[in-house]
Design a protein around this ligand. Structure first.
Ligand code: NAD
Length: 353
């Protein structure tokens, strides 16, 4: 296998701490399997604003387009909160996703048995949860034009082109065909024309997938059902805005937002891999951040971009075994846990790989 050029964008807050965990894991994999990485570091978010005055520079965008894959920590924090939306650290991530055409965001929510107590839901409702949210990432209201703010009003535009809905629907149906063969498409078609259109296009695409069961749900009901009976879902397909909100609900189902990985893919499965959580400024620098979302994101990279399913499974099992042995960071700990720092938990997981 040729060397893999991997761009590391640590970002802000806890970003550099979880990136350290990812690098340790990659070093272990490099020494145990016949894979070589060229690790390239780049700037994004607040770190890029401080160095260059911009949340992302052309240099970083170039590095990202040249790289085989990208690992991303998190961006943002109070230091940059007063900047206008277009200059904030988060804008760097939106630009990066958009310039690379990363239209498909895959967010699995899997409950490890050891985290049953950490979830806010009752164990019988949540036990064995394994679902996937497929969220459209480069369209919809976050990118729609016109947008603006005046002193008396403000507006954004929620718009989807047919090809944008078609390609994300295909990702959802393809993913479901490798899982439990069910797609639930979430929209607000009782109120929004853009959602009515979304539903029509998803139904059209579903005709190419006769063995996948397609259902539709309004987003407000989907939020309720995720809390009431999350195990009814296999793959949830959603637009950018709705997926953003639903995936944070699913994050809490798994006990902590620190457990949730994600992949953002283009049409050739090149990907940016990142935890779902943000830069967690309240715990940054304390060495207590949960590295599991980042570690599982590395696992997703092996599965979706590097075609190394075996390594991906080994990483997932290593996390599961570590948790079963009772090790945990504070955010997922119960009264019986052996509480670890970020570095300690990372080492134990790596030892299990
Ligand atoms: P957050 O996800 O950073 O934190 C929410 C809460 O969860 C905090 O209490 C935090 O300590 C905790 N938490 C998050 N990740 C954790 C982990 N791995 N281990 C243990 N605890 C964890 O969300 P927020 O507080 O709303 O946002 C903070 C900053 O992050 C903001 O500037 C926001 O814009 C930014 N943000 C960035 C991204 C991204 O980079 N993709 C995503 C969301 C938010």
């Amino acid at each position: 296998m040729k060397d893999i050029d991997l761009l590391l964008l640590s970002g802000d807050g806890v970003g550099p701490e979880i990136m350290e965990s990812a690098i340790s894991l990659l070093e272990k994999i490099q020494s145990s399997f016949k894979i070589n990485f060229n690790l390239i570091e780049g700037l994004i978010g607040g770190a890029s604003i401080d160095a260059h005055g911009l949340p992302v520079t052309d240099e970083t965008l170039n590095q990202a387009s040249q790289a085989d894959s990208i690992l991303f920590g998190a961006v943002g924090g109070p230091k940059w909160d007063s900047l206008p939306p277009n200059e904030k650290p988060e804008k760097g991530l939106l630009e990066l996703r958009s310039s690379l055409g990363l239209f498909a965001n895959l967010r699995p929510a899997i409950l490890f048995d050891s985290s049953l107590e950490a979830s806010s839901l009752k164990p019988d409702i949540i036990k064995d949860l394994d679902m996937l949210i497929v969220r459209e990432l480069t369209g919809g209201i976050y990118f729609g034009e016109p947008r603006g703010k005046k002193s008396s009003s403000a507006f954004n535009t929620m718009i989807y082109e047919r090809h944008e809905v078609e390609r994300i629907a295909r990702v959802a149906f393809d993913s479901a065909s490798l899982r439990n063969k069910k797609v639930c498409s979430v929209d607000k078609s009782n109120v929004l024309e853009v959602s009515e259109f979304w539903r029509e296009v998803v139904i059209d695409v579903s005709k190419d997938y006769p063995d996948i069961e397609l259902s539709h749900m309004l987003v407000d009901n989907a939020a309720m059902q995720l809390v009431k009976n999350p195990k009814q879902f296999d793959v949830i397909l959603s637009s950018n805005l709705f997926g953003d909100i639903l995936s944070d609900i699913s994050a809490m189902l798994t006990g902590s937002i620190g457990m949730l990985p994600s992949a953002s893919l283009d049409n050739r499965n090149k990907g940016l891999y990142e935890p779902v959580h943000g830069s967690a400024p309240d715990i940054a620098g304390q060495g207590t951040v949960n590295p599991i979302a980042m570690i599982l994101s590395v696992g997703m990279m092996f599965r979706y971009s590097l075609d190394q399913l075996e390594i991906s499974e080994k990483i997932k099992s290593a996390v599961s075994n570590t948790l079963n042995d009772g090790y945990a960071t504070e955010d997922i700990a119960d009264k019986n846990s052996k509480i670890c720092s970020t570095k300690e938990l990372t080492k134990i997981i790596i030892d299990h790989v």
